[in-house]
Design a protein around this ligand. Sequence first.
Ligand code: URA
Length: 213
Amino acid sequence: MKVVATLGPALALDVADAESTAELRQQAEGCTRCDLYRNATQIVFGEGAENAGIVLVGEQPGDREDLTGRPFVGPAGHLLDHCLEEAGLDRERCYVTNAVKHFKFTPRGKRRLHAKPNAGEIRRCAWWLGAEVNILEPKLVVALGASALYALLGPKVKLTPERGHILQPANHPPVLVTIHPSFLLRIRDEAERERQRRAFVSDLHKAAEVQPR
Ligand code: URA
């Protein structure tokens, strides 16, 4: 495990004005910390076991998540579920959340195309992610992709060199760095997609060691 000197906006906050994630979720319902609430259908808060040893952090809800109000239930979520299972991780015993809790999109005809949240939006939403981590006190946080990594450990920690590593920030749970499952969905070449999928499962396997069967 490698020690890191920086904290991202979520871990740096050190706030938790609630006893449980259910209470926190209620507080977040009316969130207007950034403008993303204006066009989203609803907030998509984290969900999962209150005693979860592992917290999985994605980027932001997609179209399906925005409509259902639940994280990782669309195509990236299905792929994540398969990879978690293959790695021996039980999603039911994890807590699954996002760096940003409202769907950001660009309308294109009838479709809503995913738009990447910017650093300001991630910083504003870090209030909720930081509080979720503080309440749950997990054994491990898994950063799925660059936005989650930014929220947890800040701009100096880069995904590519740290991918697959577990980083230990001071006074906070360790962070396993890996890719976002939607990265796999974008790879055209089948062999390369399979190679990357296996590498992702192998990263997740490190988290499975923290969650005994
Ligand atoms: N991508 C994410 O990062 N989070 C979700 O909940 C769905 C897709």
